[in-house]
Unconditional design. Structure first.
Length: 182
């Protein structure tokens, strides 16, 4: 059966390898900060890059608005996990409170079902500006969570071809893409 280009879904099978490209699950990830595993986290948010847009309206032109790209912004990364004896993030935050400012680079790895990294986001020059402790309550049996907000100077992510050239070639040939898309 030939490939139909009418619906470019994420499940693109390859006849040659029977490779199925399902979306990755967001439940498996780890965080590394300058080569050290920062612990297991239950939640990571703030993986976002936004370009501010600016509009310019030219006098006398009522049916068109110019739109220009402005500066790029990055919200803080928020890492949340259950309290444990590991104190790396707490100590880093407390050093910052004491005026010992140490910006650190880190990586958030998304893992597949076999717990192997399949995608990652690198952040540059992170700094922990906010620590939030657990809500303690004697009438609940919930896990005590803490979170740390890390501001940074940008995110980067490898292109699909840098992660797995074979998968990139398979996807590109299946959908008929050529050139520098991957």
């Amino acid at each position: 059966m030939p490939f139909r280009n009418s619906n470019l879904g994420l499940n693109i099978p390859s006849r040659a390898t029977n490779l199925r490209l399902d979306p990755y699950q967001s439940t498996h990830f780890i965080v590394e900060i300058e080569g050290l595993l920062a612990g297991g986290f239950s939640q990571c948010s703030g993986l976002q890059v936004q370009i501010e847009g600016h509009e310019f309206r030219e006098g006398g032109v009522n049916d068109f608005v110019y739109r220009f790209a402005g500066r790029t912004t990055h919200p803080p990364l928020v890492l949340k996990h259950g309290l444990s004896p590991l104190e790396g993030l707490w100590n880093w935050h407390q050093d910052t409170v004491a005026g010992v400012i140490t910006r650190r680079n880190g990586t958030i790895y998304l893992l597949d079902q076999q717990r192997l990294p399949v995608m990652w986001w690198d952040f540059r020059e992170g700094l922990p500006l906010k620590w939030t402790g657990p809500e303690l309550s004697a009438d609940h049996g919930a896990v005590a969570f803490e979170s740390v907000d890390i501001v940074h100077h940008g995110l980067s992510r490898p292109r699909l071809g840098e992660i797995s050239p074979q998968i990139a070639r398979e996807v590109a040939s299946s959908v008929g893409l050529t050139g520098g898309f991957f």
